[in-house]
Design a protein around this ligand. Structure first.
Ligand SMILES: [Zn+2]
Length: 472
């Protein structure tokens, strides 16, 4: 969770809130780290409703090295090193193209400085079924690599230093600019959405996918579309679409008191009661609940959970997809037609998902309990537990069926748990519908002549960009 984000901000009033937004971002590292799970479950929805497409998703392709794709798409003078800084506009310092089945990770944190960094280990077995030369199902490729943008791809991106509301973004902090969307959130004169590129990231990988299919590199077509999908799914997590998600998670009194102490130091203030320490503390708190909600969502998918979450996501009979209340995203937009315009998609998602933000923030607080907010040790423990099956939130979501955990909860938790489940289902159901729609749209477009003509022009432009990359 948490990123190594450096908390240096411009503006004093803005300080507390900014940091909170940022930290939330960092927490993202852990969460929705269930992309593969959501994707797989979403794609299963095609099984009974679209047999031809389901068949396509199960028809094996050969894993080829990225160098093959680069040469075919952008010529022999383009290399990975050039492509990452030109076409990809910079990737994380620690990012490598891997052919992995997944990753394991842990966090390195500096509590006092409010910094965290996600340390990633790719999981590659000796018989690596995802290795170069192997035959793999698109279903697997799309599922596995829908997590990849969280594998250091967007952390520690040199090109993003000094961008956004953090002056010196490092570690997971630079991910904020590519996986979150706070446009329109202006509080205390601060533009939370400053320099966020989430729409551009989705656009980029979607176009790379179409290019890959065009140059007969289907493996990379599926893998790039998986990357694009990641950003679409991140937008279904309200902690990613609203910086100040809920008042119940922020200790405003302590921030005001710290601010007063800065102006006028009294005996009550003490040396450690500074504004920046209170900002960092609040940021960890929001980060803890952000992580807890994602653990909770992950737990809802577990076989031992009785909440039947998979059925909301797979939507086997198309019930939710046909509901008039399931908002349609503007997959066809005039400005970029015949291509998808992700500037429209990301904004539409934010608007829809923000309808659930306040409830999910409040219900998280009431369901996961107050300790993480009021007890520093509990906050730290919660932060470090994120992503593990031992976290309270994960257990609450999985052990419901045994009843035992439920009996151990306070009456407030018993009241709010089902309410949180209901809200989680609302956003996860949309994650399923929208994931399927993006994949289907892209695959349909890949054989459309009008799309192919436009994508050829974009390919040529990328090639040019790669031939004269910006100096590092
Ligand atoms: Zn993400």
């Amino acid at each position: 969770m948490l990123c190594i984000m450096k908390l240096t901000f411009r503006g004093v009033l803005a300080l507390p809130l900014l940091a909170i937004g940022l930290m939330t971002a960092s927490t993202n590292a852990a969460a929705w780290d269930v992309h593969a799970l959501i994707t797989h479950q979403s794609l299963l929805g095609f099984k009974f409703r679209d047999a031809a497409f389901w068949n396509e998703l199960n028809t094996e392709v050969t894993v080829t090295p990225i160098e093959d794709f680069i040469t075919k798409a952008f010529g022999t003078t383009c290399t990975w090193n050039k492509m990452k800084d030109s076409v990809l506009e910079g990737v994380g310092r620690g990012y490598k193209v891997t052919y992995a089945e997944g990753i394991t990770y842990h966090f390195e944190v500096e509590w006092n400085r409010g910094i965290s960094r996600q340390i990633i280990q790719p999981v590659i077995s000796e018989q690596n079924p995802q290795g170069v030369g192997r035959h793999v199902k698109p279903l697997e490729v799309i599922s596995i690599y829908s997590d990849e943008p969280d594998w250091n791809m967007d952390d520690d991106v040199p090109q993003l230093r000094g961008k956004g509301i953090a002056e010196a973004g490092e570690g997971t902090a630079t991910r904020t600019l590519r996986h979150f969307w706070y446009e329109g959130e202006n509080s205390f004169g601060v533009d939370f959405g400053k320099d966020q590129h989430t729409d551009r990231r989705a656009q980029l990988f979607y176009e790379l996918a179409l290019i890959a299919f065009e140059v007969h590199e289907p493996y990379w077509g599926y893998r790039f579309i998986a990357n694009a999908l990641h950003y679409i799914q991140d937008m279904t997590q309200p902690y990613h679409t609203k910086a100040l998600i809920s008042d119940s998670l922020i200790d405003k009194i302590s921030l005001i008191r710290a601010k007063l102490c800065e102006w006028h130091k009294s005996e009550n203030c003490g040396d450690d009661f500074t504004l920046s320490s209170q900002v960092i503390k609040n940021a960890w708190v929001v980060g803890a609940y952000h992580g807890a909600f994602e653990d909770f969502a992950r737990g809802l998918f577990a076989p031992s959970s009785s909440f039947a979450t998979y059925s909301y996501v797979s939507d086997f009979n198309g019930y939710y997809e046909k509901l008039p209340t399931t908002e349609k995203l503007p997959w066809v937009s005039p400005a970029m037609s015949p291509l998808i315009d992700f500037r429209d998609i990301i904004r539409a998602e934010q608007q829809i998902i923000n309808n659930f933000a306040t409830k999910i923030g409040d219900y998280s607080y009431n369901t996961f309990g107050f300790k993480a907010r009021y007890d520093t040790q509990a906050t730290q423990k919660a932060v470090l537990a994120t992503g593990s099956n031992d976290s309270d939130a994960y257990r609450m979501a999985t052990l419901w069926s045994f009843g035992l955990e439920y009996l151990n909860m306070t009456s407030r938790q018993q009241k709010y748990l089902p309410l949180l489940v209901e809200q989680a289902h609302e956003v996860l159901m949309r994650a399923g519908v929208w994931s399927r729609q993006l994949i289907k749209q892209t695959m349909t477009q890949s054989t459309d002549d009008a799309v192919r003509a436009v994508i050829e022009k974009h390919r040529a432009a990328f090639q040019k960009k790669c031939e004269s990359p910006p100096s590092p």
